[in-house]
Write a protein that binds this ligand. Structure first.
Ligand SMILES: [Zn+2]
Length: 185
């Protein structure tokens, strides 16, 4: 089932129920528009996620381990057509329970080098974290194919109309930086 949230109920961990050491779940996440826009993300498919939160034995300390994968849509940097870009991420974070914290937060920990996740309610929605971690795995730009011909000056896709592509001239093949080799530093 596809959800707009990725909620785990950590009540048994917070309450130190002796028989429960970890809470695990997985699902398909279709993030809300606001989350997608915050990360400049367009998705081809929902994000497939899997999360385990383990008790570490400390009073309010936990470890989160998870994975996310999915397929995003990005514009080809030359022809602007949509390109499907698959990405995945595995992540591990320390988690701390602090009563009163409304919503899952990623905080920098002064004493440690790793960021730490802080939560304050038994029901934790990981949708924002999952969406962000997926988004940062994506390349900055994409190409529909290595030899994408791009657009003509009139905006025509030259992959579809290769006959409109200008014949490359010999000097244009040279790097625009080739003049630099004549500059003495
Ligand atoms: Zn292209």
């Amino acid at each position: 089932m596809i959800n707009a949230q990725a909620v785990l109920n950590l009540a048994s961990l917070i309450n130190h129920d002796a028989s429960v050491y970890e809470v695990e779940d997985e699902g398909l996440l279709a993030p809300e528009v606001a989350l997608l826009e915050a990360d400049g993300l367009r998705l081809k498919t929902p994000l497939s996620w899997h999360i385990i939160v383990r008790s570490t034995g400390g009073d309010d300390d936990y470890i989160l381990e998870g994975e996310v994968e999915g397929v995003a849509l990005m514009e080809c940097r030359r022809c602007l057509d949509d390109v499907e870009v698959a990405a995945s991420s595995s992540f591990v974070y320390p988690m701390i329970y602090k009563a009163g914290v409304e919503k899952l937060q990623l905080r920098e920990d002064d004493s440690e080098e790793d960021d730490v996740l802080v939560f304050g309610k038994p029901e934790v929605d990981f949708a924002e974290l999952i969406t962000q971690l997926f988004a940062i795995e994506l390349p900055l730009t994409a190409l529909c194919r290595e030899d994408c011909k791009g657009l003509s000056p009139d905006g025509i896709n030259l992959n579809e109309h290769p006959e409109l592509a200008p014949e490359p001239k010999a000097e244009e093949k040279e790097s625009p930086f080739s003049v630099l080799k004549d500059i003495e530093l």
